[in-house]
Design a protein around this ligand. Structure first.
Ligand SMILES: Cc1cc2nc3c(=O)[nH]c(=O)nc-3n(C[C@H](O)[C@H](O)[C@H](O)COP(=O)(O)O)c2cc1C
Length: 363
């Protein structure tokens, strides 16, 4: 257990809505601790103090970005933005999963998972998240993304994550054009790297499981690359268990995308202890986040890395999923990732980057 864990509070409040956390968060007060100065490394050609940070998740505005930047997280992703406003699903949005049999259920096919009480130590918790990729209007996030870009320090990088908005009146071409337009907007706001989110475990299939449609993924990767003004392009995807699927996906996007962010939260049916739905109607499935998904994410990074080496692809992999403890970032780097990011772990323990830098300055 971390030496900070007992005294440090989680930054996101579960007893409040996503909007409340957007307006009032992060929950962090007091002086910023000093961050160990670590040697410079490279992340897609950009100088960084570490190859560790926070994926598209809790950094929903410039206040959240600035807080985590000052706490030493260097590879920061501004939470996915849209070209339209989209409300978050109502609270609860993020619940603890029962530890009892958790791993067995998670690792054995598409089994239902059960919510439970908070564990004694939240470091190491596994959660179910159901947010639905909310976004404020571009008129709000554009100036705020500019502020966020200005708020980060030397040796830090802010990635802009985008997603097209699907709908019955939105043609395939318009959907792809939405990704391209959003790419131009986040680039104009100042981000040096763009990420297209092709995976969200709790939105409609058209947006949430894009990565399973290989041709569409290629079309989006190409459109985003063309709109990026030469900036590196990352694709956020979910787990592809079948090796042939992963291989076909990587072959399709290689040359357009520069990197893959692996993995988004695995989607599972989530129930209360009495078997009733844990989240409000229509949100029976949610994404599993936190410690227990680490072996799945590490496996995905290793599988992708093997393909890259065998096929001599130019792609690089950013590892995401279950990073919770100081040694986890190095484990992902050693598995072949060019960087690693933590959402749930960084939310429970905002001192995680300091711990990573102290334990493994080479990360
Ligand atoms: C509160 C929350 C919001 C998230 N929102 C997004 C999002 O907007 N776009 C995205 O690509 N992934 C999103 N994710 C998924 C995370 O980037 C990550 O893939 C997942 O949480 C697993 O990492 P973890 O175990 O470190 O939490 C979100 C996750 C959380 C917990």
């Amino acid at each position: 257990m971390s030496s900070h864990a007992a005294s440090v509070k989680q930054t996101y409040r579960f007893d409040q809505s996503f909007e409340w956390n957007y307006v009032n968060g992060p929950q962090f007060s007091g002086a910023y601790p000093s961050v160990p100065v670590t040697p410079m490394k490279s992340f897609f050609g950009l100088p960084v103090r570490s190859r560790f940070g926070v994926p598209s998740s809790i950094l929903s505005n410039s206040r959240w970005v600035e807080t985590y930047a000052r706490l030493g997280f260097d590879i920061l992703t501004f939470k996915t933005v849209r070209s339209v406003a989209r409300a978050c699903g109502s609270a609860p949005n993020w619940m603890f999963l029962d530890r009892n049999g958790l791993e067995d259920r998670l690792y054995t096919g598409d089994q239902t998972m059960v919510v439970g009480d908070a564990p004694a130590s939240t470091q190491g918790a596994t959660m179910a998240g159901s947010f639905g990729m909310p976004s404020v209007l571009p008129q709000m996030w554009e100036p705020d993304l500019e502020r966020a870009c200005r708020s980060i320090g030397e040796g830090q990088v802010l990635i802009g994550s985008v997603v097209g908005s699907a709908g019955p009146d939105v043609s395939d071409d318009a959907f792809v054009a939405d990704f391209a337009d959003l790419t131009r907007r986040v680039c104009a706001a100042g981000v040096p790297i763009v990420e297209a989110n092709l995976s969200c475990p709790n939105v409609g299939k058209a947006e949430g499981q894009l990565y399973l449609d290989i041709e569409r993924s290629r079309t989006i990767a190409r459109a985003v690359k063309e709109a990026s003004g030469g900036r590196p392009v990352l694709l956020k995807v979910g787990l592809m268990e079948e090796p042939e699927r992963l291989l076909a996906f990587m072959r399709a996007v290689n040359g357009y995308a520069d990197g893959l962010v692996l993995i988004n939260a695995p989607s599972r049916r989530i129930v209360a202890p009495d078997g009733s739905a844990a989240f409000p109607p229509g949100r029976e499935r949610a994404g599993v986040t936190g410690t227990a998904i680490k072996p799945i994410a590490l496996g995905a990074v290793r599988a992708a890395q093997k393909i890259i080496e065998r096929e001599r692809m130019a792609l690089q992999i950013v590892g995401v999923g279950g990073l919770t403890f100081a040694g986890d970032a190095l484990e992902f780097i050693e598995a072949g990732a060019c960087a690693a990011q933590s959402a749930t772990g960084a939310m429970f323990n905002p001192m995680l980057a300091i711990e990573v830098k102290t334990a493994t300055p080479a990360v």
